[in-house]
Design a protein. Structure first.
Length: 285
């Protein structure tokens, strides 16, 4: 068994925007939660939608990579180059409801109002609305990969947690160097949970990870899209790492290039995880 530990924890309060690096996070059934006093924000609790209610990410609007969230006692504060800060209150408030679409899910969400819409639309250069997940809504994960778990999510693509091993990125960067390409940071892959102490791509073969009283089950390889080719500091779009990953990480079972594993919470919801904690990893074989 590897001597694994949690190397990093990240949440992405607004789907498609930058994340917040954490020293500890509360685990909920829908994913990690960053806390500030009695308040907190859930991973992918907010999302941007277009005029039809369809979700918007860096896939089509790479400038979202430049929007940085921060958490204070009573608000999610968003900053972007050339824009005044936008404070989104954390306290529940009466809001209009809007039907939105996330992949195959069509659900109702809370609209955060015209001021937030103007802020995002001005910066991104498109007609956008900011919506917040309704905690009364249950959006299930794909039961083909999560049978019997009851796993569900907010606005994440498909699963509550994305796990990546540090050594997998080290191996990828060595392959990039051999092709004359610069190394890439972990933020290209937007994980929630980074593990140190594994061999490259060991996460592909893990069944469970147990740490700080929390147990995750790894259920599906994460198929990677063009967001990984967007520099998260400049919003410039290139070709790597997909060009390199395509040569050795194509997985026909899920129909694409994979890097990282999606996971669900099977025990310990409500507990806190901390960076540096030992992680007990069990393998499928």
């Amino acid at each position: 068994m590897p001597d694994a530990r949690i190397a990093a924890l990240d949440v992405y309060p607004v789907k498609g925007c930058r994340g917040i690096g954490l020293t500890s996070a509360r685990v909920t059934e829908r994913g990690l939660r960053a806390e500030s006093g009695a308040a907190g924000v859930l991973d992918r609790e907010w999302m941007l939608v277009d005029a039809t209610g369809a979700f918007v990410t860096q896939r089509t609007h790479p400038r979202l990579a430049l929007i940085e969230p921060g958490l204070v006692a009573d608000a999610l504060v968003l900053t972007a180059p050339g824009q005044p800060p936008l404070a989104v209150p954390l306290a529940p408030a009466a809001r209009s409801r809007r039907e939105v679409t996330v992949w195959d899910s069509r659900i109702e969400a809370h609209d955060e109002g015209p001021a937030a819409a103007r802020w995002f639309s001005t910066f991104v250069g498109a007609d956008l609305r900011l919506v917040r997940f309704d905690p009364e809504v249950r959006r299930p994960c794909n039961p083909h990969y999560t049978p019997g778990t009851g796993a569900h999510i907010a606005f994440a693509d498909g699963y509550p947690i994305l796990v990546i091993g540090e050594s997998s990125l080290t191996d990828l960067n060595a392959r990039l160097a051999a092709r004359g390409a610069p190394p890439l940071p972990m933020n290209r892959f937007r994980p929630n949970f980074v593990l140190a102490g594994l061999e490259p791509y060991d996460e592909d073969h893990l069944d469970t990870i147990a740490a700080d009283g929390v147990t995750l089950r790894l259920v599906k390889p994460c198929t990677r899209c063009q967001v990984t080719t967007t520099d998260q500091e400049t919003a410039t779009v290139g070709t790597e790492p997909l060009a390199t990953l395509g040569g050795y990480r194509n997985n026909p079972d899920v129909g694409g290039v994979v890097f990282g594993m999606n996971a669900v919470i099977v025990a310990g919801a409500g507990r806190a995880l901390g960076v540096g904690a030992s992680a007990d990893c069990s393998y499928r074989f």
